[in-house]
Design a protein around this ligand. Structure first.
Ligand code: SF4
Length: 399
């Protein structure tokens, strides 16, 4: 498995696969073909269908230059190597092709070049699934976070600190903002409204409202191209920060505790990324929000001091009950249903941890099994429900 540095990426929204990935691909291509007079970028599959709403063209033009780059949205190509495929061409003055390179944006901002060995990226963990991680932790008598610290490099805690600082300031920034989100849907920001105390609300109602406000804050920042951390993606970036921000505030947790929770959550997310997908274009929203929910559930377990067994159960519950969750963003924007979904998922993560704690010892399904099931379910989903905005809410909105 790769480093958690590849899971948690700090960058601008609204989409890890549709803006961060293409932006990285454009940087890579520019570095390889700096002599080109002009560029052409051709987007296929989900990138072609929802690239406009996700600002894919804006991300590419910001790197290659608006005046010398043409971005083409090809919605007709079939049998692509990946739902998020894009080809870059470097051209001379006469339009002759100097270089061509095809990239896949595989989710969470990670890109791969077609024809290049995947092994070029260094694996830092000797594990292949959750059961191997769990067996190692049990044998060593350590938690998931300690396992991460053992295999990552010496600056890993500093990296996690930067991740947490960014998550926290994104929540706080989102709570301050008001007005409409960009994109033309006239979606009004709601984080600040949600942060206001309601008359006669119970402590439980207050807690839930606040958790939702934190999730909305990050998701709204993401939708307006603000700075976020992929956890595991931009679209699902509000879930984990909402849970961590809430628990940190409620229990005055130390920074170390929060960093440990981030590490534990990362280990769980990494299993999904390694064995399935965190890309909505590949496996639907269950891969994005579903993964974010099980990461957040693992973080809660770490902060509550729950056992490894309880953590596995919580992560499994969190993902199991999002199986089949479709990706159908209205207008190709990461707003409806995405923003609200982050808030609902944050509450689910807390519930999953509690349920696993109470039902400790009765688990029948392993986390690895549910990850495999999620991936297969995602592959079976019609393409209309995999970030193409050709089905579901994206079609029925406004009807
Ligand atoms: S519906 Fe889910 S997977 Fe699709 S763009 Fe929104 S958050 Fe991402």
């Amino acid at each position: 498995m790769h480093s958690l540095r590849e899971l948690y990426k700090i960058g601008r929204g609204p989409s890890s696969s549709h803006t961060m990935g293409p932006e990285r691909a454009a940087h890579d291509f520019l570095g390889r073909c700096p002599q080109a007079a002009r560029f052409r970028a051709v987007l296929f599959g989900s990138l072609a269908h929802t690239g406009k709403g996700h600002l894919t063209d804006v991300a590419i033009l910001s790197v290659l230059g608006e005046e010398r780059t043409e971005v083409v949205f090809d919605k007709t190509a079939k049998e692509l190597p990946h739902p998020n495929t894009m080809s870059f061409y470097g051209l001379d003055e006469r339009g002759n092709v100097l270089m061509e390179r095809t990239y896949l944006s595989v989710g969470g901002g990670v890109i791969r070049a077609v024809g290049e060995e995947e092994g070029a990226r260094k694996e830092v963990y000797p594990f292949h699934n959750f059961s191997e991680i769990k067996a190692y932790c049990e044998q060593e008598g350590i938690g998931l976070d300690e396992a991460a610290y053992r295999f990552e490099d010496g600056e890993f805690r500093d990296f996690l600190r930067e991740v947490w600082d960014t998550m926290r300031s994104t929540v706080e920034q989102g709570l301050r903002e008001t007005g409409e989100l960009p994109g033309g849907l006239h979606v009004v920001r709601k984080a600040k409204t949600l942060s206001v105390r309601q008359p006669n609300e119970s402590p439980e109602e207050r807690e839930k409202r606040e958790i939702c406000s934190y999730a909305f804050a990050t998701a709204e920042e993401n939708a307006s191209c603000g700075l976020i951390v992929t956890a595991p993606t931009c679209g699902a970036s509000g879930v984990l920060p909402a849970v961590l921000y809430h628990l940190q505030k409620k229990y005055h947790l130390s920074e170390n505790a929060v960093l440990g929770a981030l590490a534990a959550a990362g280990m769980v997310g990494n299993v999904v990324k390694h064995n399935a997908s965190v890309s909505g274009a590949e496996a639907g929203c269950q891969a994005e929000i579903g993964t974010a929910t099980c990461m957040a559930a693992a973080a809660v377990c770490r902060l509550y001091g729950y056992s490894l067994e309880e953590t596995e159960y919580a992560a499994e519950i969190a993902l199991e009950h999002q199986l089949g969750l479709t990706c159908d963003p209205v207008g190709g924007l990461v707003q409806i249903p995405c923003i609200e979904r982050n808030a609902v998922a944050a509450m689910r993560a807390l519930d999953a941890a509690e349920l696993a704690h109470v039902l400790h010892g009765t688990r029948k399904i392993s986390f690895d099994t549910i990850v495999k099931t999620m991936y297969e379910t995602g592959k079976d989903l019609s393409e209309r429900y995999r970030e193409t905005s050709e089905g579901g809410l994206a079609v029925h909105y406004g009807c």
